[in-house]
Design a protein around this ligand. Structure first.
Ligand SMILES: C[S@@+](CC[C@H](N)C(=O)[O-])C[C@H]1O[C@@H](n2cnc3c(N)ncnc32)[C@H](O)[C@@H]1O
Length: 326
């Protein structure tokens, strides 16, 4: 991690990591996808939205990302009776939702500090989101829910399938960053792509890079080529290809690509780390129940769900309702 990163607050780093991610998915850079799509989860959400389809709904979706739930709610609920508000720490994510979901309200904010009055919403949802902001976010969700209103959260499950995968992705990328492969490749190519370079300089830079190459090969062997969405393997292969025929590439483009890859991978590992830290175990669930109860909100169901049919459990589904007397 470079020096300026170390001086940023943890909060700012998290915000940047998500913003880089959502910006990156827009530009289809190192990462694939950008939305969390699961047939099983979508079915659950369909049941929830269908159960209130005829009611007046003021929905708040917390940590909306690209708006997968907002889109589904827009299709499932009667638009004339419905208002949809999305909050997220990432401005880039919310800009994408505004283009996708008609009449949506958006607000960039930390879910632990919602800028809304008490009892503003009849339905509060979140899919792999509210837990990123810690227990205060559950308290805030309770505060802004109207009497009689519903909560439905799908949250990361500690030691579940997604948690394990994120942990391996994080470890692999952190190991890769530690090899300094990108920086050392940058030094090599900068020299190699400068007219009149000396062979001795190239040899020295190659010697410096060699241990990083070996370490990267070991990382790919240990975690598999597909770890971190295949990004380590891809950047490694691409760098090797450029190095073999550097005369066919533009120096400025290559060097800025290497810097970009480094910052994207740092952001990626931050994102994986925050996913792991956000996951909830049984003790957290009890804590959340108690927090919600402070606002007269009673948990109706707590269920573990897999992401795909027959797969390992990866999420909690928590549904709750606020008593009608407030
Ligand atoms: C795994 S994504 C889920 C996005 C979306 N709900 C979905 O199901 O596709 C987590 C989202 O939480 C947002 N986020 C992370 N920390 C947050 C915080 N403290 N407050 C609000 N949003 C946050 C991220 O920007 C990201 O969009």
């Amino acid at each position: 991690m470079n020096k300026s990163k170390l001086h940023e607050s943890a909060e700012q780093q998290r915000r940047n990591a998500w913003d880089t991610y959502w910006e990156g998915t827009k530009q289809a850079s190192t990462y694939k996808g950008g939305e969390t799509e699961s047939h099983i989860l979508m079915q659950k959400w369909n049941v929830i939205f269908t159960s209130i389809a005829n009611q007046h709904t003021h929905m708040l979706d917390i940590a909306s990302g690209y708006g997968i739930l907002a889109s589904l709610a827009y299709k499932s609920l009667e638009p004339r009776n419905t208002s949809i508000t999305c909050v997220d720490i990432s401005k880039s994510a919310l800009e994408a939702i505004e283009k996708k979901v008609p009449h949506v309200n958006t607000k960039v904010c930390d879910a632990a500090q919602l800028p809304f009055d008490d009892a503003s919403f009849t339905l509060i949802t979140s899919q792999f989101g509210v837990e990123y902001a810690g227990m205060d976010a559950f308290r805030e969700a309770g505060r802004v829910l109207q009497p009689g209103g519903l909560i439905a959260f799908v949250s990361h499950l500690t030691d579940g399938g997604i948690h394990k995968e994120c942990n391996a992705n994080r470890a692999a990328v952190e190991d890769f960053i530690r090899t300094d492969f990108l920086n050392l490749t940058h030094n090599l190519l900068e020299t190699k792509m400068t007219p009149g370079f000396s062979q001795l300089d190239i040899k020295t830079r190659m010697e410096c890079l060699k241990p990083a190459i070996e370490a990267t090969v070991d990382i790919v062997k240990k975690y598999g080529r597909n770890v971190a969405g295949g990004s380590i393997d891809k950047v490694f292969m691409d760098a090797a290809k450029i190095s073999r025929s550097s005369e066919n590439f533009d120096k400025t483009e290559v060097l800025s690509w290497l810097r970009k890859m480094e910052s994207e991978l740092i952001a990626y590992s931050e994102r994986m780390r925050s996913m792991c830290e956000a996951s909830l175990d049984q003790t957290d669930i009890q804590h959340i129940k108690n927090i919600l109860l402070e606002n007269n909100i009673h948990v109706n169901t707590v269920e573990k769900l897999p992401f795909v049919e027959g797969g390992e459990n990866c999420a909690w589904l928590i549904t709750a309702q606020r008593g009608s007397s407030g």
